[in-house]
Design a binder for this molecule. Structure first.
Ligand code: SF4
Length: 332
């Protein structure tokens, strides 16, 4: 066996959770120089990873991967989980991208805080193996928390990592991790649940609708899926209605004024409404009526709505379309 380089440098995927932190500490404790990478999309952020980096002093690289992620998400090889979460292919893509950074920046291997058998879809042993093969990083991926119950990797065989100092955790119990956290003085870490919108049923319904109706999707379209009530009026036309003042403000900031229209009540208090898709006169009239319908304008009375579409602003006076009339069209 040739002498390992000094220092050995490892790049880890970081979600910011306790498992990510412990996996890095397991390696650090044997003298390995660790750095994290956290990938961002509109579906998950790197906020928790940033907090973990701040807490531990482990450097963090942050990269937005939305376009690449989106093309995987349209058609993941291994399919989706309970909602639109393509966890196995998500991990494979992240390791593939981390592998590119590894090669470019001279890291010796990759690691993550995955624990064999902890999650039903992405952490079965067969899924871990799939990720190694499909990321193109076979042999270079170490899971420090479960390594001793997984096949020995090339990294261990070459002596870059001492397998004896890696762990043998498996399954869903969090007790061993919490005990280690106590022992190693890790006090501040987020709860394991949540964080990825692709596991949310309502968000997934809106995303499925977007995929079913749009060939080209911008990042702002994905961000819009997080707010408001989404109503599909026809294959070409979707309307988003703000549900409260905070959402109205956010919708005003997110609307793409080069290809979408936004409606605001001009003579009453009510929601902001975004019209996306084909901005025909008929669609504009319908969206204005929805804006009135979701306001406090009494039935049978007209409300005035300012419609700002690309290149033109109009003031429309219209009766409202009531929410119960829209029920069949509500996506979520
Ligand atoms: S929960 Fe979301 S971020 Fe995590 S692996 Fe699944 S798809 Fe990826």
């Amino acid at each position: 066996m040739k002498k390992p380089p000094s220092p050995v440098r490892a790049l880890g995927l970081c979600s910011g959770g306790l498992d990510s932190i412990l996996s890095a500490l397991v390696l650090k404790r044997q003298g390995i120089n660790v750095t994290w990478v956290s990938f961002e999309t509109p579906f998950f952020s790197s906020e928790k990873a940033k907090a973990a980096s701040e807490q531990t002093g482990i450097p963090l690289i942050v990269q937005n991967i939305t376009p690449l992620y989106l093309s995987m998400l349209r058609n993941p090889n291994m399919g989706y989980g309970k909602n639109m979460n393509p966890c196995t292919d998500c991990h494979a893509l992240m390791f593939q991208l981390a592998g590119e950074i590894m090669k470019k920046e001279g890291y010796h291997f990759l690691f993550s805080g995955e624990v064999a058998g902890q999650r039903p879809m992405s952490q079965r042993k067969s899924a871990l193996r799939y990720v190694e093969k499909h990321s193109g990083m076979d042999g270079f991926i170490v899971r420090p928390l479960s390594a001793r119950i997984l096949p020995e990797t090339m990294v261990e065989k070459e002596g870059l990592v001492d397998r004896e100092q890696l762990l043998d955790l498996s399954g869903r119990s969090r007790k061993p991790q919490m005990a280690l956290a106590g022992e190693w003085g890790v006090t501040d870490y987020p709860s394991p649940a949540g964080g990825c919108l692709l596991t949310d049923a309502g968000f997934s319904r809106r995303l499925r609708d977007l995929f079913d109706h749009e060939e080209t999707i911008q990042e702002s379209d994905l961000n819009l899926l997080k707010y408001g009530r989404h109503i599909r009026l026809s294959p070409q036309v979707k309307v988003i209605v703000g549900r409260n003042q905070a959402e109205n403000k956010i919708l005003e900031g997110l609307v793409d004024r080069t290809r979408q229209a936004i409606f605001s009540p001009s003579s009453f208090s009510g929601p902001r409404v975004i019209l996306a898709g084909t901005l025909s006169d008929m669609a504009i009239t319908k969206a204005a009526a929805i804006c009135v319908g979701y306001s406090k304008v009494p039935p049978g009375e007209k409300g005035a709505v300012a419609a700002i579409a690309p290149g033109k602003t109009t003031l429309l006076s219209t009766f409202g379309t009531r929410p119960d009339e829209l029920k069949p069209f509500i996506i979520c």
